[in-house]
Design a protein around this ligand. Sequence first.
Ligand SMILES: [Zn+2]
Length: 291
Amino acid sequence: MRCDDARRQADAALDGALKADEQDAIEQHLATCPACRAAVAADRRMGDAVRRFARAYPAPRTLHARIDAALTAAPETVPGATPGSGASRPWLRHLKERWARPMASALSGAVLASALTLWIAVPPDRQRLADEVVSAHVRSLLAAHLTDVASSDQHTVKPWFTGKVDVAPPATDLATSGFALIGGRLDYLDGRPVAALVYQHRRHVINVFVMTDTGDGPPVPRSDQGFAIESWRARGLRFIAVSDAAPADLRRLAALLAAEPPSTDQPGAGDGANSAGAGGGVNPGGERPTN
Ligand SMILES: [Zn+2]
């Protein structure tokens, strides 16, 4: 058996999907070929990592149809080869069988196995923060704990945070732009208390978490569990907005808040966090990772 064939069929062997003699051939090859053993082990590590860190999304029907069509059209023998020359593609036969098999053991190879599902890998730090943001948002809606201070008046909301968190969030009512400030709340994210500004846009509640920008926080994915997330940095603060509103609406709110001039009525939070970066770059969406 050649190394190429052994590596192609190693997944199937792992699944026990091969005939006994094919299985034996692969095992024999792996027993005597350190390079293939290493390659197969690396594939399995990749598969494990994807299972641990990736999120699953159903693949679109059109993708199913395209793969079906491509597999059906692909000849199992090498084009141009003379019959009986052995120039066949046993891996392709295996692939066709496997694709057709319902509930094929997904992900042994982390590559093709995703017949029914797309797996999007997100580094664990980013994913954790996104999960926390969404959890905090949902909790605020479920537990009748949307606001600790219910007001659209920034001169009420902003001072309320004094002494509770180390930031002075720009609690600006943007009702004229479609985003009504309905209050503020303390929350807990990324291991620290943060300010949560609560906005209403049409029927959607938007939580805007505001914290000191330590510069080292991981970027956050743009969506998680069906919620849109927008994060940006401005004036020494880090903002993360989350909602079931449209992503474009969240971006608009981000731009409006980022464009707010530095506050002149500091509530005396103590560390001047809000003014630390005054005049610095305003960059809504600027910390976007490429997903
Ligand atoms: Zn080999």
